[in-house]
Design a protein around this ligand. Structure first.
Ligand code: GAL
Length: 702
């Protein structure tokens, strides 16, 4: 849904915890926020014990005073329901609400998110606190919306309490109807796992070889966790819709084992994301060859945009992050916070709040820095946020409702993501190939979307794109293959990698030549296949007619055989006993084409395909950009120039984002107006380190 919050301004703000500070500080805090052009605060998402200090007795005084003060200063408020942190009295009295690990350890009070989604008692108590808060604040003039809970499935995305086992059983009864069907779906005849009574059926449990449960059961377990989280959220969403219909409902993510698309479609006005690009400096991505680091957050933001084309960044990193004993991140350098803010906006954020106003002086997050330091005196982060506030007060309105423009999508789906967490014969490849493609595209200034294929995906959703890259969809339903066939027949291009199409939705292998349901579209079969690892020497492939074009055929090799007259061999293996056999093929199918790349993608491979397809950046003929600068364009949501709600489209804006510390050299081939400075850029221009330019795009008719 289009997220037009306010017609006339971009809402910028901050997360604020009045309960953590002396009340005498609030007025000054809110006053300074307004001076920085902030207009919105989020509060209350962890404050259950303030609202309900003992069971059934409710107190609103502290938040009434805080929200009234915010309102006096002209700030809007987003209220969090506090269900991510059940009070101590609650878990002590009703221990059945607690989550339990796979190994059976009960997770106790002391951190957060230690509850399970299945406990009827917890659902009842969550309904009550949500109802009380909604009744109390539905008419508060500052409140514009609600955030349900906080970060579903963060910290832990597995649930093994007694209530979860019971709920899983009911979920399976609903799904399969009979034990025979369940046994068949789980291949239970293998290793004598057949069930003869429902009471024998559980979520996966410890087995002799650690964490090696039945794969089909585990795939259903992930589906169940997702459905269960959504049904938990629905309880609150329904109450808020009923009691506070004028206020929006959202929640923040994005975490595993949760179909955030379905949750958003069914329950929310829009999705919200918590963006901490500095995680890219402390994860394994650091080990990658030529890592994108904070720029890789653009891929995450693209996934968020696939949920809500326009979204809220509920928490934007505003300082070094760190818990007491982990996530010890470097401080953002001058300019980086501002860069990340525009990164979020370039990718579709229509509202953005920094996390958090001031660094906490106690608790696990004493090193998760806010804009203000402990000493609360002006610092460079405050100045940088104020600069953003000033800029957005001038130009922010222009972005509202406009949509990120992309002709290419990297395709994903939940089934393969969840199955691939366990199945190492395809799972790790998906991430690697998706990232390789994203790198190859973004470095060539070819903006791309992420598209999740779902049961609700229609041909129209695909028609937006000239090309889809669906790297390793091991699980492919017949309906998905048929949809892709229609898309390609009309002129679309689909690119697959190895391991495509060989499993059904239960995770059983099809008794058909690979790539199974995608074989017709690709016009090939897979003659044989192998992992390339261990004692197997690395293998290579060579593009047709170009012996100097040898590149690695990474990790897994599908040896292909052409099955259709319309299929053409684009590259052959150049090593091992299958040297000379097809490695990459292209099949003309109707007006479009389907490519099959027999290995795992890397950046060089993606770059070659981009070149062969002749893809051109929107920068072409307009400006010359170095690889270090990202190009993103926001424009009309619909091809007819309108936004998705039918109103006239927002003006187009191109964002140039320099992720490097050193200045970037750009060349403008046409005079172009920069919106923040009002200057017209032409010829050679230097973009400062971590700098941002907002350009009036040539499509902008204004
Ligand atoms: C988010 C969370 C916040 C805060 C922040 C920094 O995941 O929603 O409450 O914990 O990270 O760790």
């Amino acid at each position: 849904m289009a997220m037009r919050l306010e017609e006339d301004r971009f809402l910028l703000g901050v997360c604020y915890y009045p309960e953590q500070w002396n009340e005498t500080m609030w007025d000054d805090d809110f006053r300074r926020m307004r001076e920085m052009n902030f207009s919105v605060v989020r509060m209350a998402e962890f404050a259950w014990s303030i609202f309900e200090p003992e069971e059934g007795s409710f107190r609103f005084g502290l938040f009434d005073r805080a929200m009234d003060a915010a309102h006096r200063h002209g700030l809007k408020v987003i209220l969090g329901t506090p269900t991510a942190t059940p009070p101590a009295w609650l878990t002590a009295k009703y221990p059945e609400v607690l989550n339990v690990t796979f190994e059976g350890v009960v997770l106790q009070h002391g951190l957060r998110r230690h509850y399970n989604y299945s406990s009827p008692k917890y659902r009842e108590l969550c309904s009550r606190i949500t109802r009380e808060m909604a009744l109390h604040y539905k008419d508060h003039p500052a409140v514009i919306g609600w955030q349900i809970d906080n970060e579903f499935n963060c910290e832990i995305s597995e649930f093994y309490s007694e209530a979860d086992h019971l709920a899983f059983r009911s979920w399976l009864q609903e799904k399969y109807g009979s034990l025979d069907r369940l046994n068949e779906a789980w291949g239970a005849v293998f290793w004598n796992q057949t069930y003869s009574g429902w009471e024998q059926v559980h979520l996966t449990r410890p087995t002799p070889s650690p964490r090696q449960p039945n794969p089909h059961q585990l795939l259903d377990e992930k589906r169940f966790i997702s459905d269960n989280a959504i049904s938990f959220a629905k309880v609150q969403a329904d109450i808020l819709r009923e009691l506070a219909p004028k206020q929006f409902v959202t929640t923040n993510g994005l975490f595993g084992h949760l179909d955030s698309h379905r949750m958003t479609d069914e329950l929310l006005d829009f999705f919200s994301y918590d963006s901490y690009p500095q995680f890219s400096t402390i994860t394994e991505r650091e080990q990658e060859e030529s890592p994108l680091l904070d720029r890789s957050w653009s891929l995450n933001l693209s996934a968020v945009r696939s949920i809500s084309p326009n979204f809220c960044v509920m928490e934007q990193q505003s300082g070094p992050g760190g818990w007491v004993n982990r996530m010890d991140m470097p401080s953002p350098k001058p300019g980086q916070m501002r860069l990340w803010t525009y990164q979020s906006i370039a990718h579709g954020a229509d509202m953005l709040l920094y996390f958090r106003w001031r660094t906490a002086v106690f608790g696990n997050e004493i090193y998760w820095h806010g804009i203000n330091d402990y000493h609360n005196r002006p610092n460079r982060r405050v100045r940088e946020a104020a600069q953003v506030g000033e800029e957005l007060s001038r130009v922010g309105k222009r972005f509202l409702g406009s949509r990120f423009q992309a002709e290419i999508a990297i395709v994903r789906d939940y089934e393969n993501e969840w199955d691939g967490e366990y199945d190492v014969w395809h799972g790790p490849f998906g991430w690697e190939s998706g990232t390789a493609w994203f790198k190859a595209l973004t470095r060539r200034h070819l903006p791309s979307d992420v598209l999740y294929l779902r049961e609700t995906t229609r041909l129209d959703d695909l028609r937006r794109y000239r090309m889809l890259v669906y790297p390793h969809p091991a699980i492919m339903r017949r309906e998905t293959a048929e949809l892709l066939e229609q898309y390609v027949a009309e002129g679309g291009v689909v690119i697959f990698g190895c391991r495509t199409g060989y499993k059904d939705e239960r995770g059983h292998c099809y008794m058909e030549p690979f790539p199974g349901k995608a074989a017709k579209l690709c016009g090939i079969s897979v003659e044989e296949f192998t992992m390339v690892k261990g004692t197997r020497a690395p293998t290579f492939l060579t593009w047709n007619g170009d012996p100097g074009s040898r590149i690695p055929a990474l990790r897994f090799n599908d040896v292909l055989a052409v099955e259709s007259d319309t299929a053409e061999v684009m590259a052959v293996y150049a090593s091992d006993y299958y040297a000379g056999k097809p490695a990459v093929t292209r099949n003309r199918f109707g007006a479009g084409e389907a490519w099959y790349y027999g290995a795992v993608f890397h950046e060089q491979a993606a770059a070659r395909i981009i070149e062969l397809l002749g893809l051109r950046s929107p920068a072409n003929g307009w400006m010359k950009l170095p690889e270090s600068v990202e190009l993103a364009i926001r424009g009309s949501a619909e091809a007819n120039g309108n936004d998705s709600d039918g109103r006239p489209g927002a003006p187009a804006t191109a964002f140039l984002l320099n992720y490097e510390e050193k200045p970037a050299k750009l060349t403008f081939l046409r005079p172009t107006e920069e919106l923040l400075s009002g200057q017209v850029l032409q010829g050679e221009v230097e973009l400062e380190g971590f700098g941002v330019l907002l350009l009036r795009s040539p499509e902008d008719g204004e």
